[in-house]
Design a protein around this ligand. Structure first.
Ligand SMILES: NC(=O)c1ccc[n+]([C@@H]2O[C@H](COP(=O)([O-])OP(=O)(O)OC[C@H]3O[C@@H](n4cnc5c(N)ncnc54)[C@H](OP(=O)(O)O)[C@@H]3O)[C@@H](O)[C@H]2O)c1
Length: 281
């Protein structure tokens, strides 16, 4: 089993090695991990529709057993499981509120038991609410933070014992353009998504080298979340985007699928924009 005890305790990426560190070089560690090439489970929160469903299809197609997690979309989740299984993949549907630790823990345990472990975590569950700061109630604020930010922490916390057993594992969080730009109609959403960036960097520092943590920051994607805005202001929105169009969910899933692969092991702590050029750092 890999010892993942290497921790960067300082603010600089390369703290000076102490004597004990000389005998504990994460770059030269070897393990007897028998699961190195085995496709285990992938926990994907909020995966019955939209971006989460697209990621589930891709990870299932590459051999992972995937959790199709829903809160309101039981029928959609069941149909997606059927679709994935008909294509030769492994999937199951599971109701769990990402904003509730005990429900997330149950989702994680079910996934690990079914597929013999967990290698991939996709923190995707999220929702936005169109409200100015003086319209946002304390309850709205707490719910937005619970689902969009705490849900990611809960999923990571519950899966870590499984991820740490492996040679390599991946954590990917779906952030948002609003974390970069702020929002004049959803400060709670923007604040929660900004928090995912700090969480991602911290996980990358603490969990290296075996586990990478990255975030994807989509711009406008063609899902239910944007359906009303696109119906009302689609032309104006597309005109603001250098790519002249919104993304399809599978374009975000393609990036998630790469970050989830073993090949992506040298990318960690990053938040990658996938926004058609509407915001560049
Ligand atoms: N669409 C965009 O333009 C865009 C842009 C930037 C970031 N994002 C982010 O991308 C992620 C996916 O969004 P989407 O565009 O695919 O939106 P969507 O089509 O509205 O799907 C949202 C998903 O999140 C799930 N969900 C919502 N609340 C949940 C909760 N409490 N517990 C578990 N699952 C919950 C929903 O489950 P049910 O189906 O069961 O309701 C659904 O599967 C979100 O984190 C969103 O913030 C989207």
């Amino acid at each position: 089993m890999v010892a993942h005890g290497f921790k960067n305790k300082g603010l600089t990426p390369f703290p000076r090695a102490k004597r004990a560190d000389l005998f504990y070089n994460p770059c030269t560690m070897t393990t007897n991990d028998k699961t190195k090439d085995v496709k285990l489970g992938a926990v994907i929160t909020g995966s019955a529709r939209g971006i989460g469903a697209a990621i589930a299809r891709r990870l299932a197609a590459s051999g992972y057993g995937v959790s199709i997690n829903y809160v309101s979309g039981e029928e959609r989740a069941r149909k997606l499981v059927e679709e994935i299984e008909a294509a030769g993949g492994r999937a199951f549907a599971y109701h769990a509120d990402a904003g509730d630790y005990e429900q997330v823990e149950a989702l994680v345990e079910e996934t690990a038991q079914r597929y013999g472990g967990i290698r991939i975590v996709i923190n995707n569950a999220g929702f936005s609410q169109h409200a100015t700061i003086d319209q946002v109630s304390v309850g709205d604020w707490n719910r937005a933070l619970a689902v969009n930010l705490s849900g990611a922490f809960y999923t990571v916390k519950a899966t870590l014992p499984y991820l740490k057993k492996l040679d390599w594992a991946r954590i990917i969080s779906i952030c948002s353009l609003r974390a970069m730009t702020g929002s004049n109609h959803g400060a709670h959403y923007a604040a929660a998504k900004s928090g995912l960036i700090g969480l991602t960097k911290s996980l990358a520092l603490e969990l290296a080298p075996g586990i990478t943590a990255n975030a994807i920051s989509p711009g406008y994607v063609n899902t239910d979340m944007n359906a009303a805005a696109l119906a009302k202001n689609g032309d104006a929105i597309r005109a603001m985007i250098p790519a002249c169009r919104v993304a399809e969910p599978d374009e975000i899933a393609a990036l998630a699928s790469f970050l989830a692969s073993e090949e992506a092991g040298y990318i960690t702590g990053e938040t990658i924009n996938a926004n058609g050029g509407i915001y560049m750092r």
